[in-house]
Design a protein around this ligand. Structure first.
Ligand code: IPM
Ligand code: MN
Length: 359
């Protein structure tokens, strides 16, 4: 297969993890005989510094011309500490999501047997947890009408029937391919927007008799995720709730650096880790590249290349088993591996598999 991939490294640890993601992507392409051309483009604080816009038109065009986007992270403390900043790096990410129509953000939460102890939760509780959070990504408070003056501010949590229907369809499709259990997460006891979600879901439910649908308030879902994460198969929720619940989900897996995601919708799909730009770690070669590398697995799988995705997942699991791990998940007293070393180990694994099995 020929693929054109737009690469958006962004800020902070973004460029470091992205480099490893691209290296693994190319190693897998070579291994399976695919041809992937990459085009790098700027976004986030890096783009503000260069051209004054966190998602420049050139970058948008590069994304539109590509088959997929590999994104890393944006954000810079110099904007975080300035509430009056006119443009912020995060606006670049939001602009990308909006302009590419990426309404469905797929965030899988799974565990790795050798990392169970890295979770603050009990091993026996999380072992085997495996669910997908489907986060609506282009609506709600992130994009609703906003206002701010010195005394008053608001964000509007607006949703239309169309927006709710299309994300629920995605969620039902995933549920059908998995364990046929969908949990619609909302706050319908308080929020009008949630009541619309629930109404639309109730209307759609009869069309999916093979899927068990249940409804849960977001506060309860946040608790249930910690008490009994294996309860969940597919959960679907609005933008802000999904943002919060998936950070919580990373505690089940054991590190923010392990959770990939795919954002799909109207135009080019984007593959991105769920974590941020971790500016304090920039250039230190300590950031975990696995969330980015697993995002590359999701990229291949998006194009039906399941063997390619499986090889990446196998290599990631093997690296963890071999204790080739970045500091935040390293066993006490274990050898030190950095971002580059973990990436290189996975590239080598992928390449050697080629010679070893030829499969
Ligand atoms: C995420 C991030 C972003 C979000 C930030 C960086 C704007 O936290 O992808 O979850 O809130 O969506
Ligand atoms: Mn987030």
């Amino acid at each position: 297969m020929n693929l054109k991939v737009a690469v958006l490294p962004g800020d902070g640890i973004g460029p470091e993890i992205c480099e490893q993601g691209v290296a693994v992507m190319q190693a897998v392409a070579k291994r399976f005989g695919h041809h992937i051309t990459t085009t790098h483009a700027i976004c986030g604080a890096a783009a503000i510094d260069q051209v004054g816009d966190p998602f420049p038109e050139d970058t948008f065009q590069t994304c539109m011309a590509a088959d997929a986007v590999l994104f890393a992270a944006v954000g810079d403390p110099k904007y975080d500490n300035d509430p009056t900043a006119r443009v912020r790096p995060e606006q670049g990410l939001l602009a990308m999501r909006k302009r590419l129509g990426l309404f469905a953000n797929i965030r899988p939460v799974t565990t790795f047997p050798c990392l169970l102890h890295k979770s603050p939760l009990k091993d026996e509780l999380i072992s085997g947890a495996d669910f997908i959070c489907i986060r609506e990504l282009t609506g709600g408070m992130y994009f609703g009408e906003k206002y701010q003056d010195n005394d008053r501010a608001y964000d509007t949590n607006a949703y239309t029937r169309h927006e709710v229907e299309r994300i629920l369809r995605v969620a039902y499709d995933y549920a059908r391919r998995r364990r046929r259990h969908l949990t619609v997460v909302d706050k319908a006891n308080v929020l009008a927007s949630s009541r619309l979600w629930r109404q639309v879901a109730k209307e759609m439910e009869p069309a999916y008799p093979d899927v068990q649908t249940d409804y849960m308030y977001v506060d309860n879902a946040a608790m249930r995720m910690l008490q009994d994460p294996r309860f969940f198969d597919v959960m679907v929720t609005e933008n802000t709730f999904g943002d919060i619940l998936t950070d919580e989900g990373s505690c089940i897996t054991g590190s923010m650096g392990l959770l990939p995601s795919a954002s799909t919708g109207e135009h080019t799909p984007v593959f991105e880790p769920i974590h941020g730009s971790w500016p304090q770690a920039k250039g230190l070669n300590i950031a975990n590249p696995l969330a980015e590398i697993l995002s590359v697995a999701m990229l291949f799988e998006h194009f039906g290349l399941t063997g390619e995705g499986a090889l990446i997942r196998e290599a990631v699991a093997a690296s963890l088993d071999a204790n080739v791990r970045t500091p935040e998940i390293q066993v006490e007293g274990g050898a030190r591996y950095g971002t580059r070393e973990v990436g290189a180990w996975i590239v080598r694994y992928v390449a050697e598999e080629q010679q070893g099995s030829g499969a």
